[in-house]
Write a protein that binds this ligand. Structure first.
Ligand code: NAP
Length: 520
């Protein structure tokens, strides 16, 4: 059985004992194990801050970008092995694996390109020098320098590759070394990817470290100039965010937590746009078996469309082929573990108390090539909520799997209110054929959403997809979604930098500007 180790202090280290066994969720077979028991993390963190930080700060943006491009190139070569690893460790078929693996490579490439554009400079500067007093000669500029700590990235189980490299790409380009901590149960692919980079001699000393398990005391190790970017459940985010040591040291904290993302149909929909909505819901429900933080959880449609949309969704979802993704016929693989399976089945049953299940459930599904007593397979759940305005759970409980709640609204204001009851989401899709109505609705929903996408039959092929996070746009959401923000091109870099107001004479500011890349 493979051993998933840790890259700390520039070398591979292992913990004692068997630790956590990583399993194939389709067969239950053990595929690897990982332990961080007895592993020293504090010493290697100090070394990485010092060594990796110095390495990156000495590089220009162009050189940091070139490093990311080399990472991307190496990882591209390793893709077949990574697809196999996510199939074995997560039950993911090729389509699901591509989101994670190719998504990781794409985000590295994107930030590599931004590094090239920023050029031979090491700091960022905001445009404009503001006059502060009557004097026109002495002004203020805002300069961003890399924080001289370590960027710790703790990731959720569902995106071991992309989750790690979207954080590593942005921190590296900003000039900070990284420590990546994948979720233990799905750390295999993260380990293989970092191992390939290490064996190809692509990781400058201290620039990238990996802790594949454990890490419970990481938050107690943060220092003033460190950053802690967390992706995972709201409960863990709250626990980390409220940690006294983190607060006392003023380390930066970013949280990407869970979210009850909605797809919201406006009243004017053409039949073709209704089809686009149905496609989007089925896609979101089946990719990674609904284990995506951005997946659609709530489908909110005008009362008049409720009947036709539910019929179409039932028809599509009840014919889904579910089972072991090794079989190419299978459209939806298992959940990542039996624990996840239990939690999804229990969550769907709770939601069903607020309405009725429109699909027959596991007893009527013939799972393909798996033993349902062993595999973490689940049947999709589509629940029509009886009284969406007075319902509570549907607006509070995230069921992290192929489970969608459908609800009708009577007036536009009620519809908007239902979407907003997610109390802060990563994304909502607004389905309408009317551009002006989309823009007006986006304004009404903006304050509670990190991303809002326009969907109709004309934009369906243009939109990367409701659940797809692109590095050009920000990722994150307010309120229960964690209140964080990642990606969004250069918008990601200030998190890893200190912005300082530089008060000086204009020639001094001009020379700083020449030395810095402008943050437009
Ligand atoms: P989780 O249980 O909160 O775990 C997330 C990560 O935190 C794992 O690496 C876990 O390590 C680590 N962790 C747990 N307790 C910790 C502690 N005390 N100190 C340091 N690290 C700790 O979440 P999950 O079950 O992996 O992920 C599912 C959730 O993530 C869902 O709710 C989903 O919505 C959310 N999610 C959000 C986004 C987003 O971008 N907003 C993306 C993906 C997923 P171990 O694995 O070792 O326990």
């Amino acid at each position: 059985m493979m051993r998933v180790k840790h890259l700390l202090g520039g070398q591979w280290v292992d913990g004692s004992g068997e630790g956590t066994v990583l399993r194939d969720p389709a067969t239950g077979a053990p595929v690897a194990s990982s332990s961080a028991d007895g592993v020293d993390v504090a010493g290697p963190l100090a070394w990485a801050r010092r060594t990796g930080g110095a390495e990156l700060r000495a590089m220009t943006f162009r050189e940091r970008g070139a490093l990311l491009a080399r990472f991307a190139e190496k990882l591209r070569e390793g893709r077949p092995a990574y697809y196999d690893a996510v199939l074995a460790n997560m039950g993911a078929n090729k389509r699901d694996a591509v989101f994670d693996i190719d998504g990781a490579i794409a985000v590295l490439r994107y930030y590599a390109g931004l590094g090239e554009e920023l050029g031979d400079r090491r700091t960022l500067i905001e445009p404009g020098f503001a006059q502060m007093t009557r004097s026109e000669e002495y002004r203020v500029a805002h300069l961003l320098t890399p924080r001289q700590g370590i960027a710790i990235g703790i990731n959720a189980f569902n995106f071991p590759a992309w989750g790690m490299f979207e954080k590593v790409a942005t921190a590296t380009l900003a000039g900070m070394p990284s420590l990546a901590k994948p979720a233990t149960q799905t750390a295999l692919v993260a380990y293989l990817m970092v191992r390939d980079l290490y064996e190809a001699n692509l990781i400058p000393d201290g620039v990238l470290s990996l802790l594949s398990a454990g890490g419970r005391d990481l938050v107690e190790m943060v220092e003033e100039e460190d950053t802690l970017a967390f992706t995972g459940s709201a409960d863990t985010a709250i626990m980390l965010r409220s940690n006294r040591h983190l607060i006392t040291h003023g380390a930066r904290f970013n949280a990407e937590a869970d979210s009850l993302n909605a797809i919201f149909a406006l009243e004017d929909l053409s039949a073709a746009s209704v089809e686009s909505l149905v496609d989007a819901v089925v896609t979101e429900m089946t990719i990674k078996a609904g284990q995506k933080c951005t997946a659609i959880r709530r489908v909110i449609v005008p009362d008049e469309l409720l009947g036709s949309i539910s019929e179409r969704l039932v028809a599509r979802m009840s014919s889904l082929k579910i089972g072991d993704a090794r079989n190419p016929e299978v459209e939806m693989g298992p959940l990542v573990s039996r624990a996840q399976q239990e939690s999804v089945i229990a969550g769907a049953a709770l939601l069903a108390q607020e309405g009725k299940s429109l699909l027959a459930g596991a007893s009527s599904v013939e799972f393909i090539d798996v033993d349902p007593h062993v595999a973490a397979v689940v049947a999709p759940a589509l629940i029509q909520i009886s009284d969406p305005s007075s319902a509570r759970l549907v607006h509070e409980l995230e069921v992290f799997g192929p489970c969608v709640a459908l609800m009708g609204y009577r007036s536009m204001s009620e519809g908007i209110e239902l979407v907003r009851r997610g109390r802060g989401s990563l994304v909502a899709t607004i389905v309408t054929d009317d551009d002006a109505a989309f823009a007006e609705t986006a304004v009404a929903l903006g304050s509670l959403h990190g991303r809002l996408a326009q969907l109709n039959s004309a934009t369906a092929a243009l939109n990367p997809g409701h659940g797809v996070v692109m590095p050009q746009g920000i990722h994150g959401g307010p309120g229960r979604a964690g209140g964080g923000e990642e990606l969004g091109g250069l918008r990601a870099l200030p998190f890893y930098s200190q912005r300082s107001a530089i008060q000086a004479t204009v020639p001094v500011l001009e020379s700083l500007r020449r030395e810095s890349a402008e943050l437009g």
